[in-house]
Design a protein around this ligand. Structure first.
Ligand SMILES: [Ca+2]
Ligand SMILES: [Ca+2]
Ligand SMILES: [Ca+2]
Length: 208
């Protein structure tokens, strides 16, 4: 899994993330682990901040056979906990800590938030017209689309996952596969059949 780059070693420079003490408290990483994570982070992003474009480029290297850009967009949002459009080392370390060392419930909450594209606390199949009150703040990656471009939490995510997997799935997937996947998800998760999945429902089903 070497990317092929010849990374220059900088053994004389002490890589120490800012707010190390705070990160030790907020993550489940040791000091040594944080320092080595920080080194990798600074190697990829010497400025110390990752914008969405850079994140997508890095992420896409792991999925060269498909189009990872839209899934990378959702992942970026999930890591960017303070939603300022950039990932700093803290965002990155806290997210990774949840994914690698979090409790089952923390991991599920992280996943639920990823699925909840518009961050209103519910995972929906689609957003009905006239129910856009909670959608302020959603910006389509293309930027200039008109307002009715409302997210369909699950469908957006599934489409992006299928796009990312690209040609590495055999046999080739039908275009309807993401929608079918969404249906299955809702059949399992939406326990009271009201059309939305709350975190409680998500948790209950995942922990069965
Ligand atoms: Ca941020
Ligand atoms: Ca939602
Ligand atoms: Ca429900």
């Amino acid at each position: 899994a070497d990317s092929g780059d010849t990374d220059v070693e900088l053994p004389t420079i002490r890589h120490q993330p800012e707010g190390l003490e705070q990160l030790l408290a907020r993550t489940k990483f040791t000091k040594t682990e944080l320092q080595s994570l920080y080194r990798g982070f600074k190697n990829e992003c010497p400025s110390g901040l990752v914008d969405e474009e850079t994140f997508t480029l890095i992420y896409s290297r792991f999925f060269p056979q498909g189009d990872a850009s839209s899934y990378a967009h959702f992942l970026f949002d999930a890591f960017d906990a303070d939603h300022n459009g950039a990932l700093c080392f803290q965002d990155f370390a806290v997210g990774l800590s949840v994914l690698l060392r979090g409790t089952e419930q923390q991991k599920l909450k992280w996943t639920f938030d990823l699925y909840d594209v518009n961050k209103d606390g519910y995972v929906t199949k689609e957003v009905t017209v006239g129910n856009t009150g909670g959608l302020v703040g959603w910006a389509h990656p293309d930027g200039d689309l008109p307002v009715p471009c409302v997210p369909q939490d699950m469908l957006e995510i599934m489409k992006s996952i299928y796009a990312m997997m690209g040609r590495c799935t055999e046999p080739a997937l039908r275009a309807s596969a993401p929608a079918q996947h969404v249906e299955l998800f809702f059949q399992k998760m939406d326990r009271n059949r009201d059309g939305v999945v709350t975190f409680e429902e998500f948790l209950a089903t995942c922990q069965e």
